[in-house]
Design a protein around this ligand. Sequence first.
Ligand code: ATP
Ligand code: MG
Length: 364
Amino acid sequence: MYIIHYDEIGLKGKNRSKFEDQLVDNIKHLGRVKKEFGYIVLYAEDVSEELSLIPGIAYFGDALKAELDLEDAGLKIKDLLSGKSFANFRIDTSRHNKSFSKTSQQVNEILGGVVLDNFDCKVKLKNSELTVYVEVCNKVIYIYTEKVKGVSGLPVGSAGKVVCLLSGGLDSPVASFLMMKRGCSVVFVHFVNKTQQSCAVKNKISELVKVLSKVQGESKLYMVPFDEIQQEIITKVDSKDRMIVYRRFMVRISELVALKEKALGLVTGDSLSQVASQTLENLDCVYSVYDGVILSPLIGMNKQEIVNIARKIGTYEISILPYGDCCSFLIAKHPVIKGRRRDFEIIDSGLNLGLAEKAFVEAT
Ligand code: ATP
Ligand code: MG
């Protein structure tokens, strides 16, 4: 069984049980779940990898259960360690049961004594080869040797729904993950130029969604055809302005998805000034076509920080595969850097904005 701890959920006062129930809901596909006071027990085998990606979990251990009795705990520790070889160890006790007759330090000493008596080893408190974690709960004692760090944050579903503009690049999958980590469930939208792009792109996007589904559970993906809109823009818009106009269309279509999905905001992978389309002025031009909130959790991050997260969650290897992003289709080498809303409103007046609705309807 796994003993699972959460962190922030515990701070939520009266809402606490709502958050706990959400987390229970999010892990119950892995096995039988029991909610206890301050932690959760999951009866399952071999699900460490899955748990380590589920938001809301601070840390967990694959544990053995002993009675609320140090003698039994000692026996269980002997079982757990038999066959293991280690030159030194330490016991790390947390005492959730405040009325337990021994202090944490006393538990460390008593159970440490059991290990010393039965194995050829020494106590080493810092950098020990082996740590035996002991959690004294109200009715039982849990024991484990691997404490696995989770992603923390809040359980998916506790913060509402958002729509993420998911490209095939590095950034937007990480942005989605960060929103999930704050409790959002994420619906994905990808814009694709079918005449220009191969099915490799489609595969790439579904692979990314598959990885992100390990974090939030089943996910929805809208593939929106972008060819006609791009034709319209290429015919009528100066190449230096095209990128911003593409992105304004993407936001408009994403708004329609958000309305349909009853989502409260949009998410992008923008990071301030990372590329020309992400200067403050240009983001203003793009975001202003949407009335709701646009969340860009990478806005203050450096590329390396984003890459580190992508590696950790497993999207990096997929994102770096080459693909033709439809945004880079026929745009100028030196695009506008300091766009002005007014200029794009004028450009819009010459465009068929109804194509946004049409593309939305044609999405698959
Ligand atoms: P990413 O690595 O996420 O592609 P980027 O640094 O390449 O980001 P841009 O290509 O300017 O930056 O895109 C900025 C954001 O616009 C992306 O993070 C994504 O949210 C959205 N976006 C761009 N292209 C698409 C697309 N084809 N489909 C869906 N969203 C897109
Ligand atoms: Mg991109």
